[in-house]
Design a protein around this ligand. Sequence first.
Ligand code: SF4
Length: 165
Amino acid sequence: MVVPFQGLVDWARKNSMWPVTFGLACCAIEYMAIQNSRFDLSRFGMEINRASPRQADIMIVSGTVTVKMAHAIRRIYDQMADPKYVISMGVCATAGGPYQGSYSTVPGVDNFLPVDVYVAGCPPRPDALLYAIMQLQKKITEREIDEGHARWRAWERNYIQSRRA
Ligand code: SF4
């Protein structure tokens, strides 16, 4: 069987994602649950949650993001290894959730991170997060991720230049 080299790279990428150890609020409990024997995240090659962002390539934002935390989260993301992926877990991370419109809450983590997959729910069940991980793997295989990241980086570059002008 002959496999194109790029196909081999994509296969390796999608089956060896290492999440950065990271939880912000109640959604993090559901995130922790996918590590147990019932849901068994190890099936996806993701059993190792890395304590250092430099050894991780996927960030699962699980919980409410406050304005104070946003800078720290972005710094962790910047320190992660490329290519890297982001899953926004729960309505708080995606749109501010019940705190939407408050002075302290970011109305969606995609204001400062390129989110690849969103998970609905408050909180989403571990099954929903597993489904999101499978969707991310599909996007990696179909090479949708690189295009999405390129678009996001172009938008971020333009935004920074417009702020400086
Ligand atoms: S989405 Fe719901 S469960 Fe998740 S952090 Fe927000 S309030 Fe908590």
